[in-house]
Design a protein around this ligand. Structure first.
Ligand code: GTP
Ligand code: MG
Length: 328
């Protein structure tokens, strides 16, 4: 596919001025245009919602023509083909991979939620190394983008995990692009730039650690809840579209809060409410159990709700020592 076919100006109705406004909003190509919602485009270019929808439809039609996007009505065969293009990244733990049906999927948003220290950030670090390994070894031979909102990305930890897989730390580090997000608006801006990076570099993993923290911190009180949920909704949908258009895996982390209305069982609930719940393709709840970590698959469309035990060690995410001999 040539670059010109994706240029904004090649779309009917996009002149230099519109192009400039789109570029200012971080929309550089037809791919970016399709990955945004109509209200966002309308705001960026200062046009009516109906015109924005029109523009997005033109962009969609172009991508369908180019074979990058499926049509509204697709045959089950085409869907099957698209699903066959789904790749998987190993987490480093066979137990956790089994729970996920073979690893983290591309074309999907996988959410890990759990209390502090449950291993969310460690899962993200390990995946950034694993994605770079060859296909036969659980990777996709590709790089990663790490959006760090809590300032917890640690290159030394990446180097340690790489070394324990007999990989060259410097080589591995050079293929992880880290973006520190200082607030929710900045986090949204960074994700808008991702499309461009992904086309340029070979990226198969996008991590957002954590997806919800800034929104929680910035929108306090009941009065701001609607706006918070709207912004979060837009953000999560952007992530899902990026995953689908670029065939990459998106992994987000999320904290938990106590649900006051739960009297039996575990009262922990992921933050972000329905918005995050409905957009994440897979949700995995992590909890501590002594030295072990337990992962539970929650409301997946087709995985049974069950649990897997893993540990955190020099390889990042790993299987408990007692489980490893069973695999030989
Ligand atoms: P929050 O972001 O605070 O909500 O927690 P989290 O779920 O992201 O936890 P994180 O992934 O940071 O896990 C922290 C735990 O990982 C620690 O309690 C340690 O047990 C373990 N851990 C962190 N760094 C290392 C390391 O370098 N080596 C090993 N073996 N374990 C580590
Ligand atoms: Mg963390």
């Amino acid at each position: 596919m040539s670059e010109e076919e994706l240029e904004l100006e090649s779309l009917d109705g996009v002149g230099p001025a519109t192009k400039q406004k789109l570029t200012d909003a971080g929309i550089y190509s037809i791919l970016d245009l399709v990955s945004r919602g109509p209200s966002e485009i309308a705001d960026a270019v200062n046009i009516d919602l109906s015109k924005a929808i029109d523009l997005i439809n033109k962009a969609r039609a172009r991508l369908v023509e180019l074979g990058r996007l499926e049509k509204e009505f697709v045959s089950a065969t085409e869907l099957y083909k698209k699903r066959q293009a789904i790749d998987r990244i190993s987490t480093g733990s066979k137990n956790l991979d089994d729970l996920l049906g073979g690893g983290i999927e591309t074309q999907a948003v996988t959410e890990f939620y759990g209390e502090y220290g449950s291993g969310k950030t460690q899962v993200c670090h390990t995946l950034c190394v694993k994605v770079q390994m060859p296909k036969g070894q659980g990777g996709l031979n590709s790089g990663a983008i790490y959006v760090d909102t809590e300032n917890t990305f640690r290159p030394e930890r990446i180097a340690e995990i790489a070394e324990n897989y007999d990989l060259e730390p410097e080589d591995i580090l050079s293929k992880i692009i880290v973006a520190k997000a200082y607030n929710s608006a900045h986090q949204e801006l960074i994700v808008r730039e991702v499309g461009r990076l992904v086309e340029k570099e070979k990226i198969k993993l996008l991590v957002v650690d954590s997806a919800v923290a800034h929104y929680r911190a910035e929108f306090l009180g009941r009065g701001t809840l609607a706006e918070r949920q709207q912004r979060l909704n837009r953000f999560m949908h952007n992530l899902l579209r990026i995953a689908e258009i670029h065939n990459l895996a998106v992994v987000v982390t999320n904290q938990v809060q106590a649900a006051p209305d739960v009297f039996f069982g575990d009262p922990s609930r992921p933050t972000g409410g329905h918005v995050v719940a409905h957009t994440s393709t897979y949700r995995i709840y992590l909890r501590k159990a002594g030295k072990n970590r337990i992962a539970r698959m929650m409301d997946s469309p087709y995985h049974p709700e069950r649990e897997a035990v893993f540990i955190l060690d020099e390889k990042g995410i790993d299987d408990p020592p007692e489980d490893i001999p069973k695999r030989k």
